[in-house]
Design a protein around this ligand. Structure first.
Ligand code: ZN
Ligand code: ZN
Length: 213
């Protein structure tokens, strides 16, 4: 098995968690033995989030998608953002806030759970009033946490350990863009994403009655 950052290996990761006897749980209570808390921080693309969410739902997997209201890359209030949020909910996923500190404004779109975007150590684990902070004690334990940030697994790709049931529980942070867009390096994957964005934006020009004749 090669640990590529592509959807084939993502499915293998989900299958490994099943094979290891894990259940997929949410951030509505502290994790228990046998839980995998599947967390998706959506930094750049709601389209990638929906693609991943569809794939998970086909396999009976539910995750928590953390969406931004202050993204530099997408607009959750636009039609595309509203549609993505509705689709993720319809697929059985939960929605948390991927917040830009210190704004933890939770409206009716969100479950009461926050994951800070690019947090500084000073507030990373601090409690958030009225919500769970995914990095607070009880939900975060360095030995029970894996993240794919920038196509680099600190602690290694967890598929073998999941299949072997080696974690008591695991918070698994997966960024959808990294897996949905093709590329052997982060740079290549981001170039693929930019190519896809260009096509998407071209279509939106027409949708917004811009004359391209
Ligand atoms: Zn792997
Ligand atoms: Zn982020």
């Amino acid at each position: 098995m090669t640990c590529a950052f592509d959807l084939d290996h993502y499915v293998e990761l989900l299958d490994a968690a099943r094979a290891g006897g894990y259940r997929f749980a949410f951030f509505d209570r502290e994790p228990r033995s046998g839980d995998v808390l599947l967390r998706h921080d959506v930094d750049m693309s709601v389209e990638a989030a929906v693609a991943m969410g569809e794939l998970e739902a086909e396999r009976g997997v539910a995750a928590t998608y953390f969406l931004m209201t202050r993204s530099e890359f997408y607009n959750l209030d636009a039609r595309s953002g509203v549609a993505a949020l509705e689709r993720l909910r319809a697929l059985g996923h939960r929605i948390g806030l991927h917040g830009v500190y210190p704004d933890a404004t939770l409206d009716e779109r969100f479950d009461p759970v926050v994951a800070w975007h690019t947090p500084d150590p000073e507030y990373m684990s601090e409690p958030v009033p009225g919500a769970v902070n995914v990095m607070q004690p009880g939900y975060f334990d360095p030995a029970r946490y894996r993240s794919d940030s920038n196509q680099h697994w600190r602690g290694g790709c967890p598929h073998d350990e999941l299949a072997a049931g080696a974690f008591d529980w695991l918070q698994l942070l997966v960024h959808p863009e990294i897996w949905v867009y093709d590329g052997a390096t982060m740079r290549e994957t981001m170039e693929s994403q930019l190519d896809a964005e260009r096509e998407l934006r071209r279509r939106r020009l027409g949708d917004n009655r811009i004359d391209l004749s």
